[in-house]
Write a protein that binds this ligand. Structure first.
Ligand code: GUN
Length: 297
C-alpha cells in the first residue's frame, strides 16, 4: 500500500522557508524579490493561475504585480512591455502566462525575456543550459517533482524513470533534470508518448512513473509494476453532479486503481500542482540573489 506524497505540506514548507528569508531581508532594510506576471486577455483559467501566484507572493512577503493586458494588444506592444520589465530593477522574475492569443508569437515573447529573469525556465537559453547540465532556472512543475522526490528521500540514482508525455513544460524538462549526473537525479530515463504502439510496454518497466498526459484516469493498475512510485502531473476536469461546481479535478492516474500497487503516490489535487507555485517563488528568490549579487560585483 502506498504512502501519499503530500504536495500541500511540502509546498507550505517551501513557502515558509522563503518567508523567513524575505523577513530577514526586510529586517536588514534590503529590498525583497519581485515577480511580475503578464496576463494577456481574459481566459478564466489563466486569470485564476495568475491570481494564485500573486497571492502566494504576498504570503511570503515578495513584491508582486499582475500586468493585465487586452487580448487585442499587438505583438510589438507586448515585446515593449517585456523589455520594460527587463529593465525594471523592482522585478527580478518575469512570467508571461501562456497560452497567448493566436496573433502573438509565443516563442518570440519568451525569447524577449532577459534569461536572468526567466523564472519559468522556458527561454531557449535556460532550456539549453538544463540539457547540458549547467546551472539555470528549472521549469517550475518539473522542479517541483524533483523536489518532492528529494524531500521524500525516494532514490533516483540508477532507477528507471518513465515519463509519459513530451511537452516542453513538463515531459522534456523533467526527463532532462532526472538524467543529470548528480545527487537527486542520475536516473535511467525513458520518455514515451501518444504515438507509442503499446504504452504499457514502457509504463510496466517504471520504478518511477511520471504521468503528464492530459487524459483523466489514464494510467491503470495493470499498466504498472508492484511498488512503483507514481507522480501524477495531470489536472483534468471531469463532470461530477455531486460536486457543487458540477465537476471535479482528477489526475492522469486512476488513483484508486493504482494505490494498492504503488509504494508512493501523489494525489490530485494536493500533489504536484501545489508545488508549481512554490517553485516559481523559489526561482524568483534565486533570480533576486543572482541579480543583486551581480550588481555588487
Ligand atoms: N500556463 C500553464 N502553465 C504555465 C506555466 O507554468 N507558466 C506559464 N508562463 N504559463 C503557463
Amino acid at each position: 500500500m502506498a504512502e501519499i506524497i503530500d504536495g500541500k505540506k511540502v509546498a507550505a514548507d517551501i513557502k515558509e522557508e522563503l518567508k523567513k528569508k524575505c523577513d530577514w531581508l526586510k529586517s536588514v532594510a534590503l529590498d525583497v524579490p519581485g515577480l511580475v506576471t503578464i496576463l494577456v486577455g481574459d481566459n478564466p483559467a489563466s486569470e485564476s493561475y495568475v491570481n494564485s501566484k500573486a497571492k502566494s507572493c504576498d504570503q511570503v512577503g515578495m513584491r508582486s504585480k499582475i500586468e493585465k493586458l487586452s487580448k487585442d494588444i499587438s505583438e510589438k506592444e507586448l515585446l515593449d512591455i517585456v523589455q520594460r520589465y527587463n529593465d525594471d530593477e523592482q522585478y527580478h522574475g518575469i512570467l508571461v502566462q501562456l497560452p497567448l492569443p493566436k496573433h502573438i508569437n509565443e516563442e518570440k515573447i519568451i525569447e524577449a525575456i532577459n534569461p536572468q529573469k526567466d523564472v519559468d525556465g522556458f527561454h531557449p537559453i535556460s532550456v539549453g543550459n538544463l540539457v547540458i547540465g549547467r546551472e539555470t532556472f528549472f521549469p517550475c512543475t518539473p522542479n517541483g517533482i524533483v523536489e518532492l522526490l528529494k524531500r521524500y528521500k525516494i532514490p533516483t540514482s540508477g532507477k528507471h524513470v518513465v515519463v509519459v508525455g513530451r511537452s516542453n513544460i513538463v515531459g522534456k524538462p523533467v526527463a532532462n533534470m532526472l538524467l543529470q549526473k548528480k545527487d537527486g537525479a542520475n536516473a535511467v530515463v525513458t520518455i514515451c508518448h501518444s504515438a507509442a504502439k503499446d504504452l504499457t510496454v514502457f509504463t510496466k518497466q517504471a520504478d518511477i512513473l511520471i504521468a503528464a498526459i492530459g487524459q483523466p484516469n489514464f494510467i491503470k493498475a495493470d499498466m504498472v509494476k508492484e511498488n512503483v512510485v507514481i507522480i501524477d502531473v495531470g489536472i483534468n476536469r471531469v463532470e461530477d453532479s455531486t460536486a457543487a461546481k458540477g465537476y471535479k479535478i482528477v489526475g492522469d492516474v486512476d488513483f484508486n486503481d493504482v494505490f494498492a500497487k504503488s509504494s508512493y503516490i501523489t494525489p490530485v489535487p494536493g500533489g504536484v500542482g501545489l508545488m508549481t507555485v512554490a517553485m516559481l517563488l523559489q526561482n524568483t528568490f534565486h533570480a533576486y540573489i543572482k541579480i543583486t549579487n551581480q550588481k555588487l560585483n
